[in-house]
Design a protein around this ligand. Sequence first.
Ligand SMILES: Cc1cc2nc3c(=O)[nH]c(=O)nc-3n(C[C@H](O)[C@H](O)[C@H](O)COP(=O)(O)OP(=O)(O)OC[C@H]3O[C@@H](n4cnc5c(N)ncnc54)[C@H](O)[C@@H]3O)c2cc1C
Length: 382
Amino acid sequence: MTEASSPQGFDYLIVGAGFAGAVLAERLASVGQRVLIVDKRPHIGGNAYDRYDDAGVLIHPYGPHIFHTNSKAVFDYLSQFTQWRPYQHRVLASVDGQLVPMPINLDTVNQLYGLSLNASQLEDYFASVAEPVEQVRTSEDVVVSKVGRDLYNKFFRGYTRKQWGLDPSELDASVTARVPTRTSRDNRYFQDTYQAMPLHGYTRMFEAMLNHPNISVMLNTDYRAIETFIPWRHMIYTGPIDAYFGHRYGRLPYRSLEFEHRTLPQAQFQAVGTVNFPNDYAYTRVSEFKHITGQQHDQTSVVYEYPTAEGDPYYPVPRPENAELYKRYAADAEQLTNVTFVGRLATYRYYNMDQVVAQALATFQRLQEAQAPAGVELEASL
Ligand SMILES: Cc1cc2nc3c(=O)[nH]c(=O)nc-3n(C[C@H](O)[C@H](O)[C@H](O)COP(=O)(O)OP(=O)(O)OC[C@H]3O[C@@H](n4cnc5c(N)ncnc54)[C@H](O)[C@@H]3O)c2cc1C
């Protein structure tokens, strides 16, 4: 990284140093483009930023970030900047005074109801309690049509209401579809081919990505403070799209979180990386970082997540009316030939990290193609 002081200006001004911005900075720098990446926060990494707390425990200030993907291309790309530590996330849900595996699986149902079903009996059980739904549209439909109302009430209704401030019947099917139920005993939270954590953390990985003579990094800087001051040719914008346009059609709703971090004088606090509380307390879940990072330490740090309506925009809210509003902003974004919108907030999509990396890599490819003289075939970027 170098100081942001190129007198000729930059080919690219990248707004936001999260996954979307950092991947594009790295790719563009690798083909000789001069890049200035700015973030209004005091650090790189966006929401995936991690750091050591006062006790020396590696924490994720913006909540637990577990890397998982089915994309070999994404995994191989990031592997240039980090080694990995294999990690498969496990989650327990506190329901009816018990801690049971989440997503719902064979053990969950047997433990919860005191049964001893096998996988095919569980399938029959689900079929017997499932409610017929003509067209699955909402997050409620997804769950009740598969596992019935009791499991829906115990695991999804309260959690979703807390997390989103909305009843599952008011949210797109995609939200609860992210946590599919299983009839097997597989108690991993994710089933992706690649599940691993950056060996020395996300921030080290981002540092390696941005460590290029063509990349300058400016932190603590809102791009608006410098966009007319520093010359640049093309902007990559990864902040909230409605903020870019001054909220001209109204605010896109985002769900936010308050994080309560605690360090405890004990080596371990809970049995797994995350415990969900669908029905009790104002927080949704408690995560213990050492499970996730593999760090050995005689103290431990945990984070409690309290969903809020106000605060930093973390989650685009998947509802049809929000998608409609987003489309109006997206249409305006299309008209801008010198600004490209990438990432979770700029494209208003509830994307995981790997999906943002894939989107950024595809964007790089498009930018390259747009620049290439006609008839010139580009080498694949990966
Ligand atoms: C609590 C939580 C847990 C998550 N857990 C997981 C997980 O386990 N696994 C997973 O794959 N994904 C997870 N995600 C999703 C993951 O965080 C995102 O997919 C990813 O970080 C998005 O990257 P991005 O670059 O699009 O956005 P961001 O990381 O949000 O980066 C955008 C950056 O733009 C900056 N910015 C905005 N406006 C301006 C401005 N005006 N000027 C300058 N800078 C600006 C912001 O400060 C920010 O740093 C989680 C998200 C949250 C909120």
